[in-house]
Design a protein around this ligand. Structure first.
Ligand code: BGC
Length: 743
């Protein structure tokens, strides 16, 4: 097949570089790559000084890692099979290629590829965030990064932290919820875990890419202060906690320019104010210009071949020749990429393919994450854990006899093929992008049977509500599985798919001892909520999800997840109840995202942010504010927290602060997950980041903590009112390093 013109030109460039590599000086240059003395910046600068302009250009243009027939594109030979991306290396200098793999849930394979790379899937990003435990996120990141590295990848396109402004966003399952502190902390921990494998992780999609409808074109309208206190704060916290080598700019526009050519986002905020030392890569096809993007702060274009246009290839060479982009800027772009490659071990410890993976161990990591993130939303009369004397159990719907659901799109991880492997429910629509729909072969029904060998199980598939009701009526307990499939590139209705609400209502009418297990991308309405005995939100629970669900239902594991996002009662409660918009998308709620909006407008959600039950009980007995160790700005809340029930379990202490004049009545300012034996107590010491007590002053370009009284209280959810501590504060300013007044 003939290659398109642009690719042919680019391939020639790469070949040309190969021949440079055989010339004099190669040995000396490669020695330089091996000399590990100096900081990453110093090493990058020394390397850059050895490089020709063509070599620098090589580093700033990425290819799609997979053949793409609609664009008649053949991936470079060295790209890893089925992968998202590839950036050529420079052999003569000892600079390896950048092999890029999606994404945050595990090592994904592009959907249109026939031979899938079967790897271990974590629960969805939202499910991991629901654990409220950064150690769980770190461990999951470490595991998926290990698998990526074992396959020869050295850049993982993970670290998704877009805020849940729109509960119908089809990608909410990849993200970490609606609160900047929680989302930033959890995504940051996952990034740190991935990068512990000597590889780069991204942080994405920068920024305010909070819906999929019209994602390549819509223009977010949101004031700077509001953005800094919401979406950007989530990115900032994740950046600080995770130190990602790269940031991926998003498809959409933000207040005019495309995110990937926004000087405000890429240079003013990211570099000047946050001091980001790594490089910015585009999302796949998110570049729209050459000089404008490069001069705004974009360092690398990704995925040439998936889209036809090619802004950082030949066009960038021309822009350099005619002075539209300076040579110093190219040095900065290539230098940033090299700095991140040195800093994260890509050059000192080159990736290679074919290493062994211990799938059993990794599956256990995924299972623990699913167990830590599932949220028990209702448990009337202690219906759960399942009683050992339940003799007859009806299991209904959700393909629970076969496996557990996962989310679709570029982050889709496929299970290993072979006996007991592969997609447990093949052939569901959509079969091609944004599908396929994948169920992991981990059956909740089979796992329940193993744990309750004396019970009789009757499975009905749920396609006929009358048959389901009949099975439920004859059972001691009916467990009904509700699903909502979501995916990249689509937004979804805030409800279970198809007629499952009617199915659940029929089951509940037949047997009040109905347990609903949900597998959803995000919040859904539950018109039957008051009629069922118990509800467990299991999100997309990952590769060992069936086992995790069974462990939670039987009480082998005590549920400890808390909602990382509000579950609104209906669309009418949303800032914008209509269908997700196209074109101009004005986020008039500003920084009042999620619970902040619901609190501000006095609306009662179905289930509030931070909520989740346990098989034991927790109480908050005392709370006091003490100065932190790091001087005047540090503030620590000490919360005495007791397991007052009869089982071991983990609870989440949440700290909320209030101050007049904020975007909403309260903000989450700290949290800690604490595991306790029955009757035990602990004192959780939770540091409060002063930015969470501040407002962003766009004129001053800094955080301002106003003088006055601040109410701070420890709680078990955002709607749990307990005693307040009052902090009386003098006015404080926090200005970024190197601050200069606005002109
Ligand atoms: C997604 C990114 C992903 C990239 C590469 C894009 O469609 O938005 O999240 O990393 O594709 O597959």
């Amino acid at each position: 097949m003939a290659k398109p013109m642009l690719l042919a030109a680019a391939a020639a460039l790469v070949l040309g570089l190969g021949s440079v590599g055989t010339g004099a000086g190669t040995a000396a240059a490669q020695t330089m790559a091996k000399d590990t003395s100096g900081t990453p910046q110093q090493r990058a600068a020394a390397m850059l000084a050895q490089m020709s302009e063509a070599e620098k250009l090589t580093l700033v243009k990425g290819y799609f890692g997979t053949d793409f027939l609609p664009a008649k594109f053949t991936a470079p030979e060295e790209a890893r099979a089925g992968s998202a991306g590839y950036v050529p290396g420079i052999a003569r200098l000892g600079i390896p290629p950048q092999w890029q793999a999606d994404a945050g849930i595990g090592v994904a394979t592009q959907g249109h590829i026939v031979s899938k790379r079967g790897r271990t899937a974590l629960p969805s990003g939202l499910g991991v965030a629901a654990s409220w435990d950064p150690a769980i996120a770190y461990e999951g990141g470490r595991m998926i990064g290990f698998e990526a590295r074992a396959d020869g990848f050295n850049v993982m396109l993970a670290g998704s932290v877009n805020l849940m402004r729109e509960p119908r966003n089809g990608r909410n399952f990849e993200y970490a919820g609606e609160d900047p502190l929680l989302a930033g902390t959890m995504a940051g921990a996952a990034i740190a875990g991935i990068q512990s494998n000597r590889m780069i992780s991204t942080l994405k999609h920068y920024a305010v890419n909070d819906q999929e409808t019209d994602r390549g074109a819509y223009n977010v309208l949101l004031g700077e202060a509001e953005m800094r206190m919401s979406d950007l704060l989530a990115f900032q916290i994740a950046l600080e906690k995770g130190d990602p080598g790269s940031v991926m700019c998003a498809y959409n526009r933000v207040n005019g320019p495309y995110a990937c050519e926004s000087r405000f986002l890429l240079t003013d905020v990211l570099r000047r104010d946050w001091g980001f030392a790594g490089y910015v890569m585009t999302d796949w096809g998110a570049a729209h210009s050459t000089a404008a993007a490069a001069n705004a702060g974009l360092d690398q274009e990704s995925g040439y071949g998936l889209q036809k246009d090619d802004h950082f290839g030949e066009k960038l060479a021309q822009a350099l020749a005619n002075g539209e982009v300076s040579k110093a800027r190219l040095d900065e772009m290539a230098g940033r990429i090299l700095t991140a490659m040195f800093a994260h071990g890509l050059i000192d410890d080159p990736a290679s393919e074919g290493h062994a993976i211990d799938f059993a161990t990794n599956q256990a990591v995924s299972r623990r994450a699913a167990e830590a993130g599932a949220v028990l939303l209702r448990n009337e009369g202690g219906l759960l854990p399942l009683s050992a004397d339940a003799r007859r159990i009806a299991v209904i719907g959700g393909h629970a006899d076969k496996g557990v659901l996962s989310g679709g799109g570029s982050s889709q991880v496929y299970p290993l093929d072979g006996p007991g492997g592969g997609n447990a429910v093949p052939g569901l629509e959509p079969k091609s992008w944004p599908g396929p729909v994948v169920y992991y072969p981990s059956s909740p029904l089979e796992e329940l049977k193993k744990q309750l060998p004396d019970a009789r199980f009757d499975f009905v598939d749920g396609s006929d509500p009358a048959a389901a009701a009949a099975a439920a009526a004859q059972a001691d307990v009916a467990i009904v599985f509700g699903t909502q499939w979501a995916s990249e590139s689509i937004d979804v209705a805030m409800k279970l798919d198809g007629d499952q609400d009617a199915l659940i209502a029929a089951v509940a009418a037949a047997n009040p001892k109905a347990v609903v297990v949900l597998q959803t991308g995000g919040p859904v309405k539950m018109p039957w909520a008051d009629d069922v005995g118990a509800i467990l939100e299991a999100w997309y629970p990952g590769r060992a999800g069936g086992e995790a669900i069974a462990n939670l239902l039987t009480g082998k594991v005590n549920p400890s997840g808390r909602l990382p996002a509000s579950f609104p009662a209906s669309e009418a409660q949303l800032p914008y109840p209509g269908e997700p918009r196209k074109g101009e998308v004005a986020y008039t709620e500003g920084a009042a995202v999620g619970y902040k909006w619901l609190d501000k407008t006095g609306q009662e959600p179905l289930f509030p942010f931070g909520f989740g039950l346990s098989y034991t009980h927790f109480t908050i007995d005392a709370q006091r504010l003490v100065p932190g160790e790091d001087g005047a700005m540090g503030l620590v809340s000490e919360v005495t927290f007791t397991n007052s029930g009869e089982r071991k379990g983990a609870g989440v202490v949440q700290l909320y602060a209030s101050h007049p004049g904020w975007e909403a009545p309260q903000r989450l300012v700290g949290f800690a997950k604490v595991e306790l034996e029955p009757g035990d107590h602990a004192v959780a010491k939770i540091a409060i980041d002063p930015r969470l007590l501040a407002v962003w002053d766009a004129d001053l370009r800094g955080w301002v903590v106003e003088s006055g009284d601040y109410q701070i209280h420890a709680a078990l959810s955002s709607r749990d009112s307990a005693g307040y501590n009052t902090l009386t504060q003098e006015k404080m300013l926090f200005l970024p390093a190197g601050w200069k007044p606005k002109k």
